[in-house]
Structures are given as structure tokens and as C-alpha cells.
Write a protein that binds this ligand. Structure first.
Ligand SMILES: NC(=O)c1ccc[n+]([C@@H]2O[C@H](COP(=O)([O-])OP(=O)(O)OC[C@H]3O[C@@H](n4cnc5c(N)ncnc54)[C@H](OP(=O)(O)O)[C@@H]3O)[C@@H](O)[C@H]2O)c1
Length: 230
């Protein structure tokens, strides 16, 4: 029986590495890319097992775009909400409110939109991983332990809101076998890299493949540092 992954934001970085990892393990991957020029990038991984969907998680059309490619009979075993971007880190008074809205729309509302589109195709014994960040832990922000690492208000607010989405959905689904979690993928050397980046996206992708079968509902995992408190 085919195993199917649905993942957003795969043109580069972690999403691209996860697509390669899962395809190399025999999975089929349905993936959202923003730009149609990346269809070829994705098809070059494995034209028979990668199914690119050109869309944008911030657009209301995302559900329709998904339906064009993802047949209603296909069951999704794992959904990874990965698409993301970051604004320049600035003090609050210089922060752009539009940037805060944009980041909320990608990291939190976008994850909610895609989950609404895919959830009724998820099997019992399936999982949703919302790719978070250490900046998505309110506990870590409140303790001050991340104060020395530059990061925008928009990113922190958006990942914090996504954490709340993850917790709410995990409570609603607690009596099902669909598990929902947040996952900090590590400090990765990607276009979004923080100054202290120390892992390749391929290392994180291999760890995600391993952790997917051990997910417990409502947890906040950190691939290279154990679990986080919300
Ligand atoms: N890098 C890190 O150290 C780190 C740490 C913690 C968490 N994360 C999280 O990990 C995830 C992946 O980040 P990354 O480091 O791999 O960054 P990346 O290399 O910049 O990749 C981000 C991906 O998201 C896509 N994307 C952005 N906005 C989108 C939208 N509106 N709709 C659909 N796709 C969209 C991008 O597409 P385009 O190429 O077309 O723009 C790109 O494929 C993000 O959620 C990020 O917050 C990263």
C-alpha cells in the first residue's frame, strides 16, 4: 500500500530535503510550490512519485488548487505544514505591521488553510507536523533565553500563533488516531538560516523520517534538542 506525504513549501530548504528523503524511502509526495518554474525542480527528484501543486498557502484558492492534483480517494498518512519566510529583525516601533500580517498568514493561517483542505483525506494512524521554531515556544521567549538571537516580531508572533493552532487542533483530535504536533527542525543552513545555524536540512529531513512514527499528540518536538515546552 502506498504511503503518501503532503507537504508545503518544497522549492528549497527543508521542504525540498524532506521530499527527497521520503521519496527515497518509497513514499509518494504531494507538495505545494509557489512558482510553476519549480515543477521541474520537484519532478527531477522522481517524476513518478512527486506531485507538485502550484499554489500559495496564503491564498484562498489553495483548497481548489490542491483538489486539481490530489484525488479525493488518496489517503494522506502525513501532513507537514512547512512553508515559511522571515522578515528582517527590527525593534517593535520599526516593525512593519503588514509584515506581521504576512507572516501570520503563511505560518499560522496558511497551515490552517492547508489542514482544512487535507484533513478529511487523512487516515486513522496519520499525523500532522506543523514546522515550528524555537521562536514558536512562548516559554522560551518569556524566559529571555533567545534574547541574543536576532528574530523579527512577525516571525515570533506567527510561530507563536501556529503553536496555539497546533494545541487547539490536537485537543479536538485527541480521541482520534490523528496526531498533531509542533516540531522545531533545528538551526538549519537554509535561506532562512539564523546566525547560529549548525545543521544541514538533509540531516533534519532524515530525523523527521524517523520521528514520524513516534509522534504523540500535542507535543512540541525539537529534532536535535529533545522536547520543548509550549
Ligand atoms: N532554517 C532554520 O533554521 C529554521 C529553524 C526553525 C524553523 N524553520 C522553519 O522551517 C520551515 C522551512 O524553512 P527553510 O529554512 O527551509 O526556509 P527556506 O529555504 O526559505 O524555504 C521556505 C520554503 O517555503 C516556501 N514558501 C514561502 N512562502 C510560501 C507560501 N506563501 N506558499 C507556499 N510556499 C511558500 C518557499 O517557496 P519560494 O522558494 O517560492 O519562496 C520555500 O520553498 C519554515 O516554516 C521555517 O520557519 C527553519
Amino acid at each position: 500500500m502506498d504511503k503518501n506525504l503532503f507537504i508545503t513549501g518544497t522549492s528549497k530548504g527543508l521542504g525540498y530535503a524532506v521530499t527527497r528523503e521520503f521519496v527515497s524511502r518509497g513514499w509518494k509526495v504531494y507538495c505545494i510550490i509557489k512558482d510553476k518554474k519549480d515543477i521541474e525542480t520537484m519532478k527531477n527528484i522522481d517524476k513518478d512519485n512527486v506531485f507538485p501543486i502550484v499554489s500559495d498557502v496564503t491564498k484562498e484558492t489553495v483548497k481548489k488548487d490542491i483538489e486539481k492534483v490530489l484525488n479525493k480517494n488518496i489517503k494522506i498518512d502525513l501532513l507537514i505544514n512547512n512553508a515559511g519566510e522571515a522578515e528582517k529583525p527590527l525593534p517593535f516601533l520599526q516593525s512593519d505591521i503588514e509584515g506581521i500580517k504576512r507572516n501570520l498568514d503563511i505560518h499560522c493561517i496558511g497551515a490552517a488553510r492547508v489542514t482544512q483542505a487535507v484533513l478529511d483525506q487523512m487516515e486513522e494512524n496519520s499525523s500532522i507536523i506543523n514546522i515550528s521554531s524555537r521562536f514558536g515556544s512562548v516559554k522560551k521567549i518569556a524566559s529571555g533565553e533567545l534574547d541574543h538571537i536576532p528574530c523579527s516580531y512577525s516571525y515570533k508572533i506567527a510561530k507563536g500563533a501556529q503553536t496555539m493552532f497546533t494545541q487547539c487542533l490536537s485537543r479536538e483530535l485527541k480521541d482520534t488516531n490523528i496526531k498533531v504536533c509542533s516540531l522545531h527542525p533545528g538551526k538549519l543552513k537554509t535561506a532562512l538560516a539564523a546566525p547560529d545555524a549548525d545543521h544541514e536540512p538533509e540531516e533534519a529531513a532524515a530525523e523527521i523520517f524517523k520521528i514520524k512514527d513516534k509522534i504523540e499528540n500535542g507535543k512540541f518536538y525539537s529534532l536535535f534538542e529533545g522536547e520543548f515546552e509550549v
